[in-house]
Design a protein around this ligand. Structure first.
Ligand code: 4AD
Ligand code: MG
Length: 489
């Protein structure tokens, strides 16, 4: 009995020591939490790990700014000359233990009085592409896709991107949409534009590896038994799901083999898509588009104000004004036919034609946005001949379909959407015309069994970030941009 009591006491002491040690020296405090005064311990002894952003000496004391990516701001650390390691330089990674004390530095309440400084990874700052206290251009930092996350501006972008992702999910979750993971590999070309990346293994599958009696054994050389591609849109899969769950959405990588080297095209981008059943008209989906932009943009600003502010200050000085219009004013509604008339009335020619039936080019989109007061504009009811097979034919004007694009300042097209043709006979006829009737028999099944009016849209997530932050080049909104002739890392 006495022995087990002693054992218990020993164990208790050990556990207490362990907890004390953990809370004192092994738990790391993020810079964000330190600056907010939210410590991992109740004591003022703290440990911070991060990268040195600047280093300066003044009256026998050295000031080091450390950033760990948890927020835009650095924490200031003060060091006595004798505790400065020789390899402590700009760009090195460090671990600092010390005490959190009130700061005399303007703009921050606290700073760290260092007791122990350890360089974890030195940095050859002569070869390091970013220079201390220098504001490099986005074009310059883009050349270093493996290092640009260490710059203030790209760190801010990544935190905004994270907050915007969560804000978009919140919008759909709060409005009872069900998240569907639509496939990345698919056998359909939803948009019918032929901008597909085909998927095949690098090593051909040996026929012995295929189970006997498997239909695909002799049928085809293709891995999946038929050609398969990286998805250009999850829409058709969402239509399947909306026909049972009513309101669904997806948010995932999307691929387009477009040979476009523009400031708003990527070969791999993220798309937010939603599909809604029992719609009464195009207005039903336009309201969701508008709600999604406004709510997600506002939430992102609230969550990441400091990071967003950096873009307003250094990248796009006019952006706050533009964003206020987006957030506060109702979006303009304009039919394609009216849009064409506006374009035709413009003095001075556009590079591309503006006849009824022509697709709107980015110069047209920008002009329409400007013409309507630098505010987002829904363009509706496009000619059937320039929209995909699934768009619903307008009853009062069969030459047009109930399709809608949302054009926004600085970007142009942000969303594409439509009501879907739910009437079996009309859809059958259309698919026949496109030579797709056999391939899309499953799609016709949705119309054969309990068909309902429905519609949806897709929003390019990187274009959304361009739109709220005023970023000119889409390649600066995604961690690792992919575009023709470039697939770094
Ligand atoms: O207009 P899109 O092609 O529409 C569709 O794919 C529909 N099936 C979506 C749906 O209804 N569920 O693409 C939707 C949006 C565009 O408005 C644009 O913002 C973005 O996706 N997008 C691109 N973003 C970056 N790079 C590209 N290459 C893009 N292509 C389209
Ligand atoms: Mg489109």
């Amino acid at each position: 009995m006495a022995l087990s009591c002693r054992k218990l006491l020993w164990q208790y002491t050990n556990v207490t020591l362990h907890i004390f040690r953990r809370s004192y020296s092994t738990s790391r405090d993020s810079v964000k939490r330190l600056l907010e005064g939210r410590l991992e311990t109740t004591r003022n002894e703290i440990k911070v790990q991060g990268w040195v952003r600047s280093l300066r000496s003044h009256k026998g004391i050295t000031f080091v700014d450390v950033n760990d990516g948890s927020c835009l701001q650095n924490i200031q650390v003060t060091l006595q000359p004798e505790s400065i390691p020789s390899d402590l330089t700009y760009g090195s990674s460090v671990e600092i233990e010390g005490t959190l004390v009130p700061s005399t530095h303007k703009g921050q309440r606290v700073e760290v009085k260092a007791e122990k400084v350890q360089v974890i990874g030195p940095c050859n700052h002569e070869e390091y592409p970013f220079k201390v206290k220098t504001r490099h251009s986005l074009d310059y930092i883009r050349q270093y896709s493996h290092l640009r996350c260490r710059t203030n501006v790209f760190g801010a972008l990544l935190r905004v991107r994270n907050a915007a992702t969560m804000a978009i999910h919140s919008y759909f979750q709060d409005n009872d949409f069900v998240l569907i993971n639509t496939p990345i590999i698919t056998s359909n070309d939803c948009e019918g534009a032929g901008e597909l990346f085909q998927v095949e293994p690098t090593n051909k599958v040996q026929s012995t590896e295929i189970e006997p009696n498997n239909d695909s054994n002799n049928a085809s050389e293709n891995f999946f038994g038929k050609p398969a591609y990286l998805t250009v849109s999850g829409q058709l899969h969402l239509e399947v799901m909306a026909s049972a769950l009513s309101k669904v959405y997806t948010f995932g990588p999307t691929f387009r083999a477009e040979n476009s080297q523009t400031r708003r095209h990527l070969a791999e981008f993220y798309m937010v898509e939603a599909e809604i059943a029992f719609t009464q008209g195009l207005e039903d989906i336009m309201q969701v588009m508008e709600g999604c932009v406004k709510r997600a943009a506002q939430r992102t600003l609230d969550k990441c104000s400091e990071d967003v502010e950096l873009f307003f200050k250094y990248i796009a000085p006019n952006q706050r004004k533009i964003l206020n219009v987006i957030l506060q004013k109702p979006f303009v509604r304009l039919s394609y036919t009216d849009a064409i008339q506006i374009l035709q009335k413009k003095k001075g020619k556009f590079k591309f034609p503006t006849e009824w039936g022509c697709d709107l080019q980015s110069e047209h989109e920008n002009y329409l946005v400007q013409h309507c007061g630098d505010t987002p504009v829904f363009v509706t009811d496009y000619p059937a001949c320039i929209k995909p097979f699934y768009a619903r034919e307008n009853q009062d004007d069969p030459a047009t379909v109930a399709a809608v694009d949302l054009l926004v300042p600085g970007v142009g097209e942000l969303f594409g959407g439509s009501l879907r043709e739910e009437r079996l006979d009309i859809l059958q006829e259309k698919l026949q015309k496109f030579g797709l009737k056999e391939e899309y028999d499953w799609y016709l099944d949705l119309r054969r069994h309990g068909s309902v009016s429905h519609g949806g849209f897709g929003m390019g997530f990187e274009r959304f970030l361009q739109c709220i932050l005023g970023i000119d080049n889409i390649k600066d909104t995604i961690p690792f941009p992919r575009f023709p002739h470039s697939c770094q890392l």
